[in-house]
Write a protein that binds this ligand. Structure first.
Ligand code: ATR
Length: 275
């Protein structure tokens, strides 16, 4: 069997997904390839029809199509349905089914780096910065562990209320409100795309009141040491880099497509171009 995988989005040329998936294919002893499909919105539907006709086994979906892909699919798994966001599509017989591995990818990266944190989540206070699609995926995955607090701070507070609707251990803050109470959090997760642009010196919030006992995490993976993590490092906090989330969400996609776990493979440092 020769697997056919790929990534749909716009733009996609900077994506690390081909490196990771080709590494999985090679190290699992499978034949196959992972292609990049840079698609304009007007061409999205045509591209999905083409991929169906070519019997693609599976593909990833990235910005800006994680929601827009949904009407073009035949079904969604429970998590993708709840999130209304798809980052992984699998061909199951003649049907294209959507999944979302972003949240579990984040969780796994946290578990690998800080194993005891996940074991004691019910005692932990967690803060998400941002209320976009990425925050939503992480929020719902962490919520399943019933943390003591799972708060959200966002520039537009109404978007944060939309996410945590109904969970009694969640509060919503504006970005400026939350700056003064950072020390109460065991984990702070930066989920916006601030820091992704080269020379982006903007900080989503000041970390002046950060405790050194806190784990500070940024889902931006390029640069690896974002401004946000750099400031957290200077304040001697514990860090969690974004590239491991990318690795583990890719691992989950690969497992969905092939029914094979890549658990034995060690995440590599993309920046060093190790493979
Ligand atoms: P994604 O689906 O990739 O998470 P998104 O839905 O566009 O992207 O969400 C982007 C997040 O980054 C949001 O939380 C957004 O805040 P708003 O909801 O107020 O728009 C946040 N964001 C983007 N630019 C920002 C900025 N300059 N300052 C603060 N927050 C910003």
């Amino acid at each position: 069997m020769v697997y056919q995988f790929g990534l749909i989005g716009h733009p996609v040329s900077q994506s690390k997904s081909p490196i990771i998936h080709n590494y999985f294919l090679k190290n699992m002893g499978f034949n196959g390839q992972y292609n990049l499909y840079d698609v304009l919105e007007s061409q999205l539907s045509k591209k999905v029809i083409e991929l169906r006709e070519n019997n693609i086994d599976g593909f990833n979906v990235t910005v800006p199509y994680k929601e827009k892909i949904i009407p073009l699919l035949d079904g969604l798994d429970e998590k993708a349905e709840k999130l209304q966001s798809v980052n992984t599509v699998k061909r199951e017989k003649e049907k294209l089914i959507g999944y979302n591995t972003d949240g579990v990818g984040y969780l796994e990266s946290l578990r690998q780096a800080y194993p005891s944190f996940i074991k004691h989540t019910s005692k932990k206070n967690i803060l998400l910065l941002g209320a976009g699609g990425a925050a939503r995926g992480i929020y719902y995955t962490l919520q399943e562990f019933r943390p003591a607090r799972l708060d959200i701070a966002n520039r537009t507070v109404n978007r944060a209320y939309d996410i945590c609707d109904g969970y009694q251990n969640s509060s919503v803050y504006s970005l400026s409100e939350v700056e003064g109470c950072l020390s109460k959090y065991d984990l702070i997760i930066q989920t916006t795309n601030i820091g992704m642009e080269p020379d982006d010196k903007k900080q989503i919030i000041s970390l002046k009141y950060l405790s050194s006992a806190t784990i500070v995490s940024d889902i931006v993976y390029k640069p690896k040491l974002t401004q946000f993590l750099n400031e957290a490092k200077q304040r001697k906090a514990n860090l969690l880099f974004g590239d491991t989330m990318l690795w583990y969400q890719a691992a989950k996609s690969f497992e969905i497509w092939t029914n094979h776990s890549v658990d034995g493979l060690e995440p590599f440092e993309f920046e060093k171009g190790v493979i």
